[in-house]
Design a protein around this ligand. Sequence first.
Ligand code: SF4
Ligand code: MG
Length: 328
Amino acid sequence: GRNLVKRFGGKKGLFQSAPTVHAVNNVSLSVMPGETFAIVGESGCGKSTLARLLLRLIEPTEGSVIYQGRDITKLPAAEMRALRREMQIIFQDPFASLNPRMTIGSIIAEPIRLHGLAKGKDVDKRVAELLQVVGLRPEYASRYPHEFSGGQRQRIGVARALAGEPKLIIGDEPVSALDVSIQAQVINLLEDLKEQFGLTLIIVAHDLAVIRHMSDRVAVMYLGEVVELAPVDPLYETPLHPYTQTLLDAIPVPVPGGKEKRALARGDIPSPTNPPPGCRFHTRCPFAVQKCREVHPELEDVGGGRHVACHLWREIQEREHPTAPVDR
Ligand code: SF4
Ligand code: MG
């Protein structure tokens, strides 16, 4: 996506004017074929909106989405429909996205028929195959969504996404609604399928805990902006943005007798209708200085595939890791 902007509302009604919500503000990022790219941030940071913009499930207010060299925001509906098959999305709540009155078989068969990928008996064969691919029994085809557990429903969602033979799958918090014990299973499934089918994955998550082992690169979003973008290991080892550090601090650390969750950044997330001036994170940042309140930091390429939007990232690094300066 290039310079993507999405504003909601802002249209004047007869009796009231809705506030403009700056959901995604000037976000640019490119995802490489075959990579797993994670978009992480607290709720309201615009990550789901960004995911929907990338698939053109919603239209950007400004900016473009280039997919295989073409700006898909300008594609006519018919061409977009053909592309949709290649780009699938898996939602957070698998139950809400599965029609309760349709059998699992017909849910999975729908994209196969729609895109003419198989006919007649071959459709059922394909459905059975897909169920097996996601670790479910082929007999389940005749059952209904309510007969399955959350983890199984997410597997059904994955099978439906795979039915269109996609190249790109976007998971919008695909495991957030699942029990922790089930999360790893679904993550492992996605990783296996990625290898098996040569997929590109974009995973949207609200924390950094679940995605570390599956991601190649991570974009951290705060109030509609990417504040840090980096390959996964450097991001976890030496986060450059104070907000990324905050997210890392919030990862539960196992302690005897249970899990301890450390505090997130102090203060509440400001409203996206009225983001703070200057650096949007300044109201919660422990390092904020006057400049941060006045000047908006741009996402800066700092080498090694790393990008950060913070006026003080270098000073903070020198202070926090005096013996391990960041390689330029
Ligand atoms: Fe904190 Fe300032 Fe950096 Fe923003 S620019 S993250 S307020 S130090
Ligand atoms: Mg969301």
